[in-house]
Design a protein around this ligand. Structure first.
Ligand SMILES: *Cc1c(COP(=O)(O)O)cnc(C)c1O
Length: 409
């Protein structure tokens, strides 16, 4: 597959930006507005005709430009534009591509905020969305209408860890002349969706890419043409809605990006260890690195193999009460934190049915296999993962998981 010629970690390694005084990190821009020596240059910059000139920090700042260029290199796209949050990246893309009277085909298992935006917010402006099982390409094809403008999916979906066949979806999108938008938040470096035909690749930088859970952030990676459209001063959604990232934060995210390759390898290694051992113990665990994952083979075909199968796994503890007790006890033992979000250096866990996916109505949750006892875990960078595993197993015993298993057999 062509994506393997481009190595996203090597792309990060090759990034070279110097500071104003020869600093090994680029200088942080501490200005909202920028001066011009000639009035004409200012006018040209307004029209987007000058490279290397800055106008106003809602449009772009040097610090945001550095981070954007680094992320474009990572995703192998021509350009990128960072945003103040993941939602600050997702919503302008949707509103730039779909207008009143248009239609969107979206995966039904997506981040709760994106789901709420497509289900509750965009209909107010007469943009309708059909939610489909993204793993079934025939269902995707069947959902496309004459007014469909985009297919929206997450490479690895939140929270059910369903994999989107990006190449297959790209073929459908191309055939209909519509855009394929992929949220790659769960799987940075592991997948390069643009190499597989995605038109727009989005990340919430809040998660693995920043990795320290101290800020929210987002990015849109795409062609020069689309990024310039988003930043257009007259009708660009990113420019006019204004979800801008602060320069101090983007400088920090750029530094954290440098260690993303080694972090992803460790997240994947730890999650694979836990998933394999817990499955052997008879625990209902879903992890794309396990043969039992319905799309294990497709994942293997699509991935950059050196980064593993990622840090996300789910456990199904049958009842919501058991899941709650399990998580509270894990937190007491300092295995991790009962918290939403993911990609942190410590393990994070939550029950998405009642939490991050609570925007999804209960009957729809049941239809997609999102049970009350489902726990989403973002596995941390633990040095001693065997010890973590022992604690998890011991806690499963404490909450009666194995006892109940015996009773039902
Ligand atoms: C968290 C998340 C988002 C939203 O990002 P924010 O930074 O919280 O705005 C979007 N998509 C996915 C897959 C996420 O996990």
């Amino acid at each position: 597959m062509s994506q393997h010629k481009h190595n996203p970690a090597k792309a990060i390694q090759d990034i070279q930006f110097f500071g104003e005084f020869g600093g090994v990190n680029p200088s942080i821009s501490d200005s909202a507005t920028y001066t011009f020596l000639k009035a004409k240059t200012m006018l040209d910059t307004f029209e987007g005709n000058t490279d290397g000139c800055y106008l106003y920090s809602r449009h772009t700042s040097p610090s945001n430009h550095y981070l954007s260029m680094a992320l474009a290199k990572m995703e192998n796209t021509e350009s990128a534009n960072v945003a103040g949050s993941g939602m600050g990246a997702i919503t302008p893309v949707i509103l730039q591509l779909a207008h009143a009277g248009d239609h969107i085909v979206s995966s039904r298992t997506i981040y709760g905020g994106t789901y709420a935006f497509l289900k509750n917010w965009t209909p107010k402006f007469d943009i309708q969305t059909s939610f489909v099982d993204i793993t079934d390409l025939d269902k995707v094809k069947a959902a496309i209408q004459p007014n469909t403008k985009m297919i929206y999916a997450e490479t690895l979906s939140n929270p059910l860890l369903e994999l989107a066949d990006v190449e297959g979806l790209a073929k459908i999108a191309k055939k209909h002349g519509i855009k394929l938008v992929i949220d790659n938040t769960f799987t940075p470096l592991i997948f390069s969706p643009a190499n597989m035909g995605a038109d727009v690749v989005i990340h919430s930088l809040t998660k693995f890419i920043n990795g320290t859970n101290d800020t929210v952030g987002g990015v849109i990676c795409s062609t020069n043409e689309f990024i310039n459209e988003l930043k257009n001063v007259n009708d660009g959604s990113s420019m006019l809605l204004g979800p801008v990232m602060d320069s101090l934060r983007s400088a920090q995210v750029l530094k954290n990006l440098r260690t993303l390759p080694i972090r992803m390898i460790q997240h994947s290694k730890n999650a694979a260890y836990l998933a394999k051992n817990l499955e052997q113990d008879g625990v209902k665990v879903k992890y794309p690195g396990l043969k039992s994952h319905p799309q294990h083979d497709l994942f293997t075909k699509m991935m950059h193999p050196e980064f593993g199968y990622g840090g996300m796994m789910t456990l199904d503890l049958k009842t919501g009460d058991m899941a709650t007790e399990f998580m509270e006890r894990l937190q007491d033992k300092n295995v991790g934190y009962l918290a939403v979000s993911l990609g942190f250096y410590k393990t994070l866990f939550n029950a998405p049915g009642k939490g991050t996916s609570s925007e999804v109505p209960e009957e729809e949750q049941a239809a997609m296999g999102l049970s009350d006892g489902l726990i989403r875990m973002s596995i941390g960078l633990d040095f001693d993962i065997a010890d973590t595993y022992q604690k998890m197993k011991e806690t499963l015993h404490e909450v009666g998981y194995f006892k109940n298993n015996l009773q039902t057999h």
